[in-house]
Design a binder for this molecule. Structure first.
Ligand code: ADP
Length: 474
């Protein structure tokens, strides 16, 4: 027990509160989602914009190509002027190059096309037109005519605006992300507070409960089903603790009363022997017998308490053996035959030769407690029935009485430690309120089914069932 306790207290516990965990996790998820969103948006936008720009340039390039191929309209002085016009109309730079890369139209520039022409020729080796990126510009190029080493159209559009636009978009996205992040930070704080608030409340109440305050009430319904269930479980634990606490107090009252009565008797009769009956052998023996009987009562009370605490703490292990329960049950009834003098009659309905594999001493306690209870609680006719028979592949032992029975509401409680019916009862067989809890514990340790059937006003049947063992006593 000590070891268990120390294990419990030394178990490692994280010092971070659940609030921080939930908050952190939530914020991290938000952050990652935003990051994913921003990155994907950037990539997607860049792609779409580039694609659109390329398409746009292709359309403009093709139109310019067609118009140049159709020839220069008469209102223009020459191809150069026409190219200039087209350049202004379509918002692009238009160059007509020869096979060497020399600019043919007037809008000559400082750009060295002699290097660019090689790439254009390369690109056009297997297609009619080409679109590619060249630094800040996107270029549409094609061959206009094949004569004299070829004439080439070079249409360029400056795409620097695209980068600027993307940058501006990025800035805006970043701002939005920052805003969402701050918002999620606040929302996650509120959400994690919502999670941890009921837990904090329940922890406080559980501490109160641990200190013995059974008036605490756990609430969790407002915080979702799981919290509601947790609150219900804690309320159930509280009720059970309160019940045990009450029973324990009652036990102390009962036990001290039960201890006090024989002790008073022992003291009184011992004084009587000293003062009155010392010389009178007959009286002395009578008084001494009372002392012995009362001492026996005390001993059985202490024995019961010890047995139960040993069973419950798990100290006692079962010492199983195979034995003839029929003979053993008969023997137990015979031990109580002295009660016949008080008008009790036992009807024994025991089938012969039923073997059981169990701890003989403990099963003896079970039989004794069940039969003892039947004697204590049977009706005016003072009849007690003890039976043992085979039922399929199990053996069934039962004890029946003709007493008042047990109210249905109490049936569950009678197996509890310390439970004792409230009605004062004359008990020919000593009882401590622990008898049935010993019975329950022993039968549970063996894995035997047990129970009680009771009808108010008619009596009760207590029974247990066990696997049959067809063998000889070992
Ligand atoms: P005790 O008999 O010493 O009070 P037990 O643990 O043996 O303690 O029984 C617990 C309670 O169960 C009893 O106080 C009584 O109320 C009820 N009980 C047990 N056996 C019977 C029975 N045969 N008939 C009616 N009530 C019973």
């Amino acid at each position: 027990m000590k070891e268990k306790l120390s294990q419990r207290t030394t178990r490692k516990r994280t010092s971070t509160s659940l609030f921080v965990w939930v908050w952190g996790a939530f914020t991290l998820v938000c952050f990652l989602l935003l990051l994913l969103f921003s990155v994907s948006q950037r990539v997607l936008m860049q792609r779409t914009m580039t694609h659109q720009a390329v398409q746009d340039l292709t359309v403009r390039g093709q139109t310019i190509q067609e118009r140049l191929t159709e020839g220069t309209p008469s209102e223009f002085e020459g191809e150069s002027e026409y190219a200039q016009h087209l350049s202004a109309t379509y918002g692009v730079s238009v160059y007509i190059l020869d096979g060497e890369g020399t600019v043919q139209n007037e809008s000559a520039t400082s750009v060295d096309f002699s290097k660019k022409i090689a790439q254009i020729k390369r690109n056009l080796s297997d297609r009619e037109s080409t679109v590619y990126q060249d630094g800040r510009e996107y270029v549409y190029a094609c061959e206009l005519t094949e004569d004299d080493g070829g004439r080439y159209l070079y249409v360029a559009k400056d795409m620097a605006f695209l980068g600027e636009w993307l940058k501006a978009m990025e800035g805006r996205t970043l701002l939005t992300a920052l805003f969402i992040f701050v918002l999620s930070f606040a929302v996650s704080a509120a959400v994690s507070g919502l999670f941890t608030k009921p837990i904090g409340e329940m922890t406080g109440k559980a501490k109160q409960l641990a200190k013995g305050d059974f008036s605490v009430d756990f609430h969790g319904d407002d915080y979702g089903r799981e919290m509601g269930e947790l609150a219900d479980s804690l309320n159930f634990a509280r009720d059970e603790l309160a019940k045990t606490d009450l029973m324990q107090k009652e036990l102390i009252a009962n036990v001290s009363h039960d201890f006090k009565t024989p002790l008073t008797m022992i003291k009184a009769y011992a004084s009587m022997i000293i003062e009155i009956s010392g010389e009178d052998k007959q009286k002395r023996e009578k008084h001494a017998k009372v002392i012995v009987d009362e001492a026996d009562r005390l001993a059985s009370l202490v024995g019961d308490l010890l047995d139960l605490s040993k069973l419950q703490s798990g100290i006692t292990a079962l010492q199983k053996e195979q034995f003839d329960l029929s003979a053993y049950a008969r023997q137990t009834v015979e031990q109580l035959e002295y009660l016949q003098a008080k008008g009790y009659a036992f009807t024994v309905e025991i089938e012969e030769g039923i073997f059981i594999e169990a701890d003989k001493g403990k099963i003896g306690q079970v039989l004794h407690n069940l039969i003892g209870n039947a004697v204590n609680y049977t009706g005016e006719d003072r009849l007690v029935y003890v039976g043992l028979h085979r039922q399929g592949d199990v053996g069934r032992f039962y004890v029946r009485d003709t007493g008042e029975g047990i109210p249905a509401a109490e049936l569950k409680d009678i197996w509890d430690r310390y439970y004792r019916s409230s009605s004062a009862h004359k008990r020919p067989v000593q009882g401590t309120g622990l008898g049935l809890s010993i019975v329950r514990k022993v039968l549970e340790m063996h894995g035997f089914a047990y129970g009680v059937e009771s009808e108010e006003g008619k009596g009760s049947v207590f029974y247990f069932e066990f696997p049959l063992r067809g063998g000889e006593e070992l």
